[in-house]
Write a new protein. Structure first.
Lengths: 253, 391
């Protein structure tokens, strides 16, 4: 069964067609990349996949089930998580609290539990904290748990953001430009990490850096001017005449 | 590290109850040792503190601005006044406070629904409308709400068991002013424990997430509207309790007590004390209550005429406000906390800092990273160094 299937997605903003009849399929334990020149519609497609943009036409299908009107708040419940290009960390909360927010889907106690600090709310909090520390530990940043994001270097913040996404235990992870701002050595590590993630989940990836995309993706969809111009394995895409034409003169990283 | 964080945060209720008990002891000691006049002043400080505590949760933890909290206090005060029209009423004060809270909560829910859709200046505008409209309601319904004169609040007789209990503990007779001050401060302690619980738990974390980054909060499954409405309702409930205590203290609910100035005063209190901090709200309330009379006394002692001395208070208050904003923009408590954090970070030397644990990936050298934040606070340097030595 496919983790995510987008089909016939069309999005228009005013008179501008951002996406025209675009489709893609993310299989289980697969890394699927979306590439294309600037303004090709990558981000819009990503935003459709996580409910920030409602398509004019087309279906979003998760594990064989059509999602009528996907909203971002549905993502944790659907077993999906997304990272943000700008990281979107909560700057006035500790790293631990940041990641605990990501784990919120696992909490059961509600308002009354918080208000009266009921025992079950306390147990819930302990469980969330353990999950969060574990997720931070997995990415090697547990020692920053009580720090605030603005005081941390960018690559560390990036890991915190990733931990916040992973702590919800998604089986489909949406990564938005994960390599931006990383050195080539760090990008290498990121590639290994993404491959390692496929043991537990599928990954949909929007990325500029060709090296990374070609290295980690099982399948790639190439967008240009809002249309999918090519689709296939990295090798197929690399030699596709339409892709070469689209990128001609483009600075291919 | 894990153990340290756990021990600090696992016993939220125990920690807050311990603080409440300590607070109670201080309250008894202070209220028993000061005059009736000071007791009334302290009761005023308590209701300002309760309202400011509610507002600091809304503004500090959830990032919403309200100019209508004075009006919400009015709703609590008028509700109490309607419940305490004469000596015949047999309602215990705790029930009066609860009813005031429930009524204000209902109004807060309606306003909060608007708040969920509005942001920043627009929300300020909507709550400003509330601040302007609510006193007008009292004028319009002259028959029931007393018009310009307001409604008298008749405090019930102090229950005999309370008189006996206080005499047993303190050996002093309980005066009416002191009784009101006790009611005020007990209410403050209960409200603060509940607010602190919310702030430390899942609800508070969700509020803060919405405050810091809406998109990321939504992706974590948090409904922005519901988070905002719940924060507004909690804040309104506190304002309702504060209004009830105000009614008990001044024994009157009149429109002139609930002008826009009251709402602005509350905002000033939480900014002075430090946004999001209950202790800050209390410090702000103390400044609001005592600064004017202290400054006026100093002025009179210095040989100023009564009018000149009275005019000194707003001046000094304004200067304090400007000084805090310039020198301690995080407020009094916020700045103290910041200094504490920096001191702790300085103690955490590179040698003693534990290297980051490695999991699926290894630690990266970050010292050479061009993207490393250059606007770091003082706490960063040791950890960056430790990270560097670890790799």
């Amino acid at each position: 069964m496919t983790e995510l299937e987008l089909s016939g997605i069309t999005v228009t903003f005013g008179g501008l067609t951002a996406l025209q009849d675009v489709g893609l399929t993310v299989g289980p334990r697969q890394v699927h990349g979306v590439i294309g020149p600037n303004g090709a519609g990558k981000t819009t497609l990503f935003n459709v996949a996580c409910g920030f943009v409602q398509p004019d036409r087309g279906d979003v299908v998760r594990r064989g089930e059509r999602i009528e009107r996907l909203r971002p708040t549905d993502l944790p419940r659907l077993g999906m998580a997304r990272t943000l290009q700008g990281l979107g960390l909560f700057d006035r909360m500790t790293v631990l609290d940041n990641v605990m927010v990501g784990a919120d889907r696992h909490a059961r106690s509600g308002f009354l539990g918080s208000l009266l600090a009921l025992p079950r709310a306390g147990a819930d909090e302990r469980a969330l904290r353990d999950r969060a520390l574990h997720a931070l530990d997995d990415l090697g940043v547990a020692s920053y748990a009580d720090r605030y994001p603005p005081s941390l270097p960018y690559p560390i913040r990036k890991r915190v953001a990733l931990a916040r996404a992973l702590v919800s235990e998604p089986d489909l992870l949406l990564l938005d430009e994960p390599a931006s701002g990383l050195s080539s050595a760090e990008m290498e590590e990121l590639g290994d990490l993404v491959r390692a993630l496929t043991e537990q989940m599928s990954v949909l990836l929007v990325e500029h850096h060709m090296d990374l995309v070609m290295r980690v993706c099982d399948e790639i969809t190439v967008l240009d001017f809002g249309r999918a111009i090519a689709h296939g394995t990295p090798d197929e895409v690399r030699n596709d005449p339409a892709v070469l034409a689209a990128y001609l003169g483009e600075d291919v990283h | 590290m894990r153990a340290r964080i756990s021990s600090l945060r696992d016993h939220v209720l125990a920690r807050h109850l311990a603080a409440a008990l300590l607070g109670l002891v201080v309250v008894v000691m202070v209220l028993e040792s000061v005059s009736d006049y000071r007791n009334t002043q302290l009761a005023s400080m308590a209701y300002l503190g309760i309202a400011a505590g509610g507002l600091t949760v809304l503004t500090g933890l959830n990032g919403q601005l309200s100019l209508g909290h004075g009006a919400l206090m009015a709703i609590g005060a008028y509700t109490s006044a309607l419940l305490l029209p004469d000596n015949e009423s047999s309602l215990p004060l705790s029930v009066v406070v609860l009813v005031a809270v429930v009524v204000t909560l209902a109004v807060g829910a309606a306003v909060g629904l608007a708040a969920a859709r509005l942001h920043g200046p627009y929300l300020a505008g909507a709550t400003l409308a509330l601040a302007v409209a609510v006193p007008g309601i009292a004028l319009y319904f002259k028959e029931t709400l007393g018009g310009e004169q307001g409604l008298r609040v008749v405090m019930p007789d102090i229950p005999v068991w309370v008189l006996d209990a206080v005499f047993f503990v303190t050996g002093q007779d309980l005066t009416r002013s002191r009784f009101t001050a006790y009611v005020a401060w007990l209410t403050l302690i209960v409200v603060f424990v509940l607010l602190a619980n919310l702030g430390a738990g899942r609800t508070g974390r969700r509020w803060r997430a919405v405050r810091d980054d809406e998109v990321a909060a939504e992706l974590a499954g948090i409904d922005l509207g519901r988070a905002r409405v719940s924060a507004f309702m909690v804040s309104a409930a506190a304002a309702g309790a504060a209004g009830a205590i105000l009614a008990f203290t001044v024994k009157l609910a009149a429109p002139s007590a609930f002008t826009l100035t009251l709402s602005l005063t509350l905002l000033a209190a939480i900014v002075l004390g430090g946004l999001g901090s209950l202790a800050g709200a209390l410090i702000g309330a103390a400044l609001l209550t005592f600064l004017p009379s202290v400054v006026t006394d100093i002025g009179t002692d210095a040989g100023l005429s009564d009018i000149q001395a009275a005019e000194l208070a707003p001046l000094v208050y304004g200067l304090v406000m400007v000084a805090v904003i310039l020198l301690a923009p995080a407020g009094i408590v916020g700045s103290l906390r910041g200094a504490l954090l920096r001191a702790r970070a300085r103690r955490r030397t590179p040698a003693s800092a534990e290297p980051p644990a490695t999991g699926t990936t290894s630690g990266t050298g970050t010292t050479t990273d061009p993207h490393a934040d250059t606007t770091e606070t003082a706490g960063t340097t040791p950890a960056t160094t430790s990270k560097g030595t670890a790799s």
